[in-house]
Design a protein around this ligand. Structure first.
Ligand code: PLP
Length: 386
């Protein structure tokens, strides 16, 4: 049986390289390798060996924490959103997992819990993002209430202090995070304990600032070779290497006559004025593989260039609407291409040509994070050192 030709490749050398880049950016700080969302779609089991020199793994889900323990990880594991209910506390003990505390309900659950061991917690401040955490004025009171819990106070490393930036990935340099830094510094005055603030964007752009770097950085997307800043600056400018490639093949070719349209909704029409047919390749990849259906056929904002794709390593564009199992691509720049030609949806072609995932994401109006996380379970995955 001939398998459908789509294949994702996870590049372990690049994973290791990107972790080393995080260390280099945050020299002296400890590094949480963020592996939530099944390691940003890569698979926790597939990235584990490349990341096992990290100081800890950060994620959201106790089931994912259990997978790390099964792989043999004995070091720190942190739940970035903490527990979702009181019964999770016994699981934290069983798996020896540290947890974020961001609300009074979580503190109450800890107070009422009959603990069998001490709990290491990261107390989270809402320093301006207004998602999780205690506001700066409420922070010290939350700390005191937590520290009064015997099984929290008993932990030799005490309570760590954390916050998260809303705008470390945008333009504006330090100004973009200044207000949150000031809120965090104000709200934590006099409190002991390790501190953690920086995601990938802050690790890349701001970790030369000691207060931002703090004791622990929490890089996620940069470990997977995408830039938190999209294409400006892009992954290559941050010296990050792509860790996921999505390759497939051309399974059919059509010559579309002038005036004819392509695909569902006929969203792309080969101009009637064109002097010759448009040669298109049908590639075995669709939204059921995780490719975004909202990919525009023709993006006026990109000068009509459309969403990029490589065919036999040559850059071209998708035309027509993405369907469940197929995408149509313009073969004009690759006249030799035909059935069996390789199509690189993002990442590296087998010949080593690169299509950055962030460029595909940007053309689709999203971020590299979403594309990698959306890789569908039906796509076969191989792990490669290359
Ligand atoms: C996801 C997450 C990170 C990692 O973010 P990236 O932008 O992928 O580096 C860091 N901290 C917290 C709290 C997160 O939820």
């Amino acid at each position: 049986m001939m398998p459908r030709p789509i294949l994702a490749t996870i590049h372990t050398t690049a994973l290791q390289h990107n972790l080393a880049r995080a260390r280099e950016q945050a020299t002296g700080a400890k590094v949480w390798a963020v592996v939530k969302a099944n390691a940003y779609g890569h698979g926790i089991e597939r990235v584990y060996e490349s990341f096992n020199s990290a100081d800890g793994f950060a994620l959201l889900d106790l089931a994912e924490a259990e997978r790390l323990r099964k792989l043999g990880w004995a070091g720190p594991v942190l739940l970035l959103e903490g527990i979702f209910g009181p019964h999770d506390l016994a699981e934290c003990e069983r798996l020896d997992v540290w947890h974020t505390v961001h609300c009074n309900e979580q503190i109450a659950w800890l107070e009422q819990h009959q603990a069998t061991q001490a709990h290491r917690v990261f107390l989270k401040m809402n320093s301006g993002m207004n998602r999780l955490g205690f506001t700066p004025v409420r922070f010290a009171a939350a700390w005191k209430r937590l520290n009064a819990i015997a099984h929290v106070k008993a932990h030799p490393q005490g309570i760590a202090l954390a916050t998260h930036f809303a705008n470390s990935d945008g333009p504006g340099g330090f100004e973009a995070i200044r207000a949150q830094m000031e809120a965090f510094n104000q709200g934590t005055i006099g409190l002991p304990g390790e501190r953690s603030l920086a995601n990938s964007a802050a690790t890349l752009a701001h970790a030369s600032n000691h207060a931002v770097k703090a004791h622990w950085v929490r890089p996620g997307v940069m470990l997977y070779g995408a830039s938190p800043h999209g294409t400006k600056p892009g992954a290559a400018e941050w010296s990050l290497k792509p860790t996921m490639s999505l390759n497939t093949r051309v399974i059919a070719v059509q010559d579309v006559q002038p005036g004819q349209s392509i695909g569902y909704g006929s969203t792309y029409t080969h101009p009637a004025s064109a002097g010759a047919p448009l040669r298109i390749g049908v590639v075995a990849c669709g939204y059921a593989d995780g490719y975004p259906r909202h990919a525009p056929t023709h993006n006026a904002a990109l000068g009509g260039a459309g969403v990029p794709v490589l065919v036999d390593g040559v850059r071209t564009r998708i035309v027509g609407r993405v369907s469940m199992d197929m995408i149509t691509v313009d073969l004009t720049p690759v006249p030799k291409a035909g059935v069996g030609s390789e199509a690189t949806m993002w990442g590296l072609s087998s010949g080593g040509a690169l299509l950055p995932i962030d460029e595909v994401a940007e053309a689709c109006g999203t971020v590299g994070y979403e594309l990698m996380c959306a890789l569908a379970p039906r796509v076969p995955v191989v792990v490669s050192a290359a």
